[in-house]
Design a protein around this ligand. Structure first.
Ligand SMILES: C[S@@+](CC[C@H](N)C(=O)[O-])C[C@H]1O[C@@H](n2cnc3c(N)ncnc32)[C@H](O)[C@@H]1O
Length: 271
């Protein structure tokens, strides 16, 4: 039975998360994994990445991994024996890991799910293609079906890579400045504030004066106000969902911004 895999980098450190990706298209997956945050995590040994070509578990020498759907209809279906055997082989006898099945019918992928996954020691992403897997894969593998959003991709690769990229940001040492992750959108329950860099003036638009004032407290306050403002205008649902975790300062800013925008808050958010 095939057990070979492509290890992107073999440096392994004490806090290494192992992550296997099973796919019919290993080349583009490996190419993406070699760059950016995920690539750096692999080089530093925080992530032990292994990409497996599902075709290694094909049912015949023609490399067959799919077949027509019972009952007729369009497209092809990935064969259960191929996927189930591949997952079991890759899991091996030890820690089986948490199997993620990217699927548009799954639970929505969010910042919270990225943090959940980042806390696990081992992940296996199994990328679907065509019309998806034979449904018995779901029943036999008991994977965590996760959707990247309410749209249909042609394969699970982009979904797996997006999830992996997002969760890698929460692994220790992967993002240079941990404060950056702590203040990103969703981390505090708010969307991120706007950012600027040189030049100070561009096509008649100036960088807000406070950001060049050198007053740390005023800069902090301005950023918080902006984060509240953009969240109230674009994603008010986040404010109501995270209300209990907000400081009095954030709540007061939400009330002030809502009043300025003529938005009436529900009574529980007015107190
Ligand atoms: C063309 S899709 C199959 C769509 C399926 N027939 C449906 O309508 O639910 C092929 C594969 O892409 C992946 N995929 C597509 N959209 C996705 C999404 N929104 N989130 C996660 N994975 C997705 C899944 O692995 C899926 O098995």
């Amino acid at each position: 039975m095939p057990t070979s895999w492509c290890s992107i980098h073999r440096v392994v450190c004490s806090t290494t998360m192992r992550c296997d990706i099973l796919t019919l298209f290993p080349a583009p997956v490996e190419a993406y994994l070699a760059v950016g945050v995920v690539g750096r995590a692999a080089v530093s040994g925080t992530l032990d990445l292994r990409v497996h070509d599902l075709r290694r578990w094909a049912i015949n020498r023609y490399g067959q991994t799919d077949d027509e759907p019972y009952g007729g209809g369009p497209g092809m279906v990935l064969l259960a024996p191929v996927v189930v055997r591949a997952v079991r082989d890759v899991q091996g006898p030890g820690e089986p890991g948490h199997v993620v099945l990217p699927d548009p019918r799954g639970r929505p992928f969010t910042d919270r799910v990225a943090r959940e996954l980042a806390a696990l020691p081992r992940l296996l992403f199994v990328c679907g293609r065509y019309e998806g897997f034979d449904d018995r894969v779901r029943e036999l593998i008991h994977g965590d079906e996760i959707s990247l959003g309410d749209f249909v991709l042609s394969g699970g690769e982009l979904a797996a890579l997006a999830m992996l990229d997002a969760l890698a940001r929460f692994l220790p040492g992967v993002v240079g400045d941990p404060e950056s992750v702590a203040s990103d959108s969703f981390a505090t329950g708010l969307l991120d504030h706007p950012v600027y860099t040189r030049p100070r003036s561009f096509e008649g638009l100036e960088v807000p004066e406070v950001l060049v004032s050198g007053h740390h407290e005023e800069v902090r306050r301005w950023r918080l106000e902006q984060a509240v403002r953009v969240t109230l205008r674009r994603r008010p649902d986040l404010l109501w969902e995270n209300w209990e975790q907000f400081t009095d300062e954030v709540r007061a800013l939400v009330r002030a911004q809502a009043a300025a925008d003529g938005i009436e808050l529900a009574p529980k958010f007015q107190r």
